[in-house]
Write a protein that binds this ligand. Sequence first.
Ligand SMILES: [Zn+2]
Length: 405
Amino acid sequence: MRPPSVDRHKRVELAGAATYIVGGRVRLSTKTLGSADVTAGATTALEYLGDAPARGAQMAVSRSAPTQTAPSRFIPAEVSTLTAGTVAGLTDAVTVESYDRGLVQTSERTYTFLQPDGGWGWSNAGLIVGDDEAILVDTFFDLANTRELLDAIERTVDRPVRRLVNTHHNGDHCWGNQLVEDATIVGHKHCRDAMLAVPPSFLAAVKAGDDDTDAVRYLKRAFEPFDFNGIEVTPPTVTFEDNLSLYLGPREIRLQYFGPCHTLGDVAVWVPDERVLFCGDLLFYGSTPLVWEGSLHNWIDTVDALLELDPRVVVPGHGPVTGADGLRAMQDYLRLVVTEGRRLKEQGLGPLDAAGELDLGDYAGWKDSERIALNFMRLWLELDGRPASEPVNTGEAFAAMAALA
Ligand SMILES: [Zn+2]
């Protein structure tokens, strides 16, 4: 029997590298764009149906040629291809001003809800406003913070949110999804897969437990402000593997995938007509970037691709609204990590000793600078040729960060 949603789709067209799907509520287009080394191949858009998301029926609504390079098998570029020259010449944008919580207008038809101080769990959300509806970019870590976001949107914008994009799977970007009722949720396939793998109950149990190691105390302190009870993981019901375009009337909103960076499934949301770039956690600004599964090397290259878009307004996943300088500032941090990390590793140091050795310079002032320990653990795996999908040991990483904090 055919899945019922087949009837909802009025038309499916395949036209070269571009695929357009027109549904009753959602119009999507997919096409292959750039970054050939990482995402060579094509896009498969999937729609998920059913009450139990993990077991829900999957229906391929469009398919072009098979992907040639699976992101999970992504092999980072050689370190030698990086230019270390910029490490010494940090941009002025490294020093980040304080900012306020709340909804701010970031262009004529975009808004951003900012959550200072941009540290653990304090993420930003974006909104792209059309004539009749709005597209939301990410929800927050818990229900109370997400309610505040949605209330601010209702007061200020007064457009229904019919589509929600999750930039990646981390809970601080999607654990409020259940409150965005009647919205179609869109995300990268890796975002959906990873979202279903990590239940909020895990963090709730850690918070409620009486384990008193340094690592757990650090974790409890970081997540103390959040309430993980009552969260039902509500994953994307439309996924893609490369790039995807959403439309607000004639306006194209591009969801762009560049391969593993902060996670395996990070997506940037680009609003070309107003040159606004919602980076999700492809940008941390004034808050230290971190990577569990992913690739520091590819992340550096991805920032170049984001800069090529020539954005006027750049919204980080964590930190205040910035411009291209903010992207360059974080890229210099990542270069520092890779260049200095490689040098220290060649001296025979392990990642944790190396983290204690490294002088972060101005980046020592960025929030949660102890994440250098985690980043070096990731880098050591990368330099040993391990795949982007191999996670850093979470317990060891939190213990190392707790020791440095
Ligand atoms: Zn985040």
